[in-house]
Design a protein around this ligand. Sequence first.
Ligand SMILES: O=C(O)CCC(=O)C(=O)O
Length: 219
Amino acid sequence: MGRCVIELELIEPPEQVRLPPGVRLLRGFSLPWEAALLADINRVVAAAPFRHMITPGGQRMSAAMTNCGSVGWISDRSGYRYASLDPHTGQPWPALPGSFSTLARRAAEAAGFVGFAPDACLINRYAPGTRMSLHQDRDEQDLNAPIVSASLGLPAVFLLGGLERSARPVRLPLAHGDVIVWGGPARMIFHGVAPIVAGLHSGLGRQRINLTLRRACPT
Ligand SMILES: O=C(O)CCC(=O)C(=O)O
């Protein structure tokens, strides 16, 4: 009788995953600001509704997006860039709410990046099945500033890659309230989000909202 070898994929609990220098995962960090963040998201979305942007190659992006801050990240047939006007409304993006900038500054500080002053927040909305493929955040003029990324609503699996697209990403489960910060040697890491699993979150329903706070223009 032949031997039967069963190969098991070892899944490390996220707390045991060693994160690369420059990356910090802050569990539950945004919860003290939860009510203010949710109210401010609603205010921003009322003025600048979610929309599915088009990639330069003509594909509809899976996550619905909007922005607030002095500039907003947009994508269309002409490319990826920051713009001071919302192309959907023709108006400036809503101002960055105080709750967003306070959370971003405090999270950056907790991760060792003192003095972070974001000027832009991309808000991503994920329905079940929505994903974000591996990419770098490279349209900001100030690459010295970190990225602060806050998760709200349905859980997600964050894909933390390396500095090369070919690096196999680590899968980091994220829950409502978690914040991940990357900067310094990790500023240009590839990252993405695995397809969101269907579920119901008590506060946000059948969706995940992500706030990605950045310094887009030079200080
Ligand atoms: O939704 C997330 O957790 C990541 C969002 C992201 O990678 C981005 O907006 O560039």
